[in-house]
Design a protein around this ligand. Sequence first.
Ligand SMILES: [Zn+2]
Length: 331
Amino acid sequence: MSDDGNGYLGIDVGGTTIKYGVCKGDGTIVSRQSIPTEALMDPEAVIRHGLEFADAALIRSKSKITKLAAVGLAVPGVLDTTSWCLREVVNLSHWTNRPLLEILNNETHLPSAVINDANAAALAEHQHRGLHQQSLALITLGTGIGCGLAIGDQELTGDHGCAGEIGHLTINFSTNAPMCNCGQRGHLEAYAGAPAVIERAKEAFNSCAPNSIPSEFRENHFDPLSLATAAEEGYSEPRRVILETATYLGQAIGILGQVIDPEVVLLGGAMTFGGKDSEIGQSFLNAVRMVVKNTTLQQIGGQMKIDYASLGNTAGIIGAALVAKQKGRES
Ligand SMILES: [Zn+2]
């Protein structure tokens, strides 16, 4: 390969951990490390630690990587892609309104890139699936619902850093629709974010037949994962709540599909109800697929592939390294 010898450092900054990875040009991780976010306060300290980690990794590495060629930084929240400042982010007070690209350039003196973490993960999955000029959306299900877009092999940020914010897509326009965390009504997150799923389940369990839920669920002792376990064990009401969640998610993915028409849509994050390895996870996925098929043009819903994501929590560092490599090529 023409870029043999070049390594790319990906840094994935989260509210609880910071992940570092030195990657080859194809996104393969050579070495990685994870440290608590609280151990390093500001962007400068995080970047310096990354450079030290990369130096040590290159010395240890048995691969043919001999030098660091570029650095990519993935960050959560709303990233202003003109000033490269984080405008809205939780749990990272030292990071808001700092010019991250400038800091990265000053600290590394290497080609550098800053990217939203959801878009970084989407780029990583895009590369992993060998999609080339085809497009991919990666939807992250958890407390909130995020989405990263890789259009061809480029991220799509939008002009205000919010492209693909599927969690705040309206699926119910009525004036009494449930309130979303953002202050608007009827958004997907108000139906399918983890707290909303728990709320809907609590309401349903209040009036369901006793044998349709495990007894501890009557005391409100459950979370999305225990809902999935109960559904696997044959309890009907948890299964119904999970499949209802799939319906809401499918409606939103159908709208996204009509606008973007991607080849692949992937589901990742903490709330996938057991994911591909469980029967209820597969039923959830199939229910999403069915709703998308039934609410979109045949050309879209009939061809779009909807599946679970593959890379898990390494996707952010791989995507950050890949976008760094693109920057290195351009400069
Ligand atoms: Zn919202």
